[in-house]
Structure formats: structure tokens, C-alpha cells
Design a protein around this ligand. Sequence first.
Ligand code: FES
Length: 74
Amino acid sequence: MQQAWLERDLAQCGFCQPGQIMAAVALLKRTARPTDADIDGIESVCRCGTYSRIREAIEKAAAEISTATPKITP
Ligand code: FES
């Protein structure tokens, strides 16, 4: 999730971002492929207006996590 945040250059002032990331991770633990309504439901107030990039980052992270192959260690 943090990588998706970085790729979208999300942090502006940074005040809300830790909470946004934690909420996004919790959402993906509950719902592997969240809908727009799911994402809207977790967004905290961001005075810098990063909502569209937050949505993009969550969707990217969800897609990458769903296609990731789990590592199997012997
Ligand atoms: S990045 Fe500034 S309040 Fe969200």
C-alpha cells in the first residue's frame, strides 16, 4: 500500500496520510476488491484534496495483491 501511495505522489501536507493508509490496508483485509462505495466509506478528511489519487492507489494495491503469488518457503 505504501508503494502505491508513493507511485501516486499522494502525500501533500501529510497530516492525513498515515490514517488514510491504515484505513486502506484494513479495507483490503476485509474486501479484496473494494467498490467505489467501499473506498468512499473509509476516506478521512484530506484538506489537500487527494481523494482521486487515494482511490487510484487503493485500486492499484488491490489489483497487485490479488494477483500476487504467495511465497512458499521450504
Ligand atoms: S495530505 Fe494534507 S490533509 Fe491530506
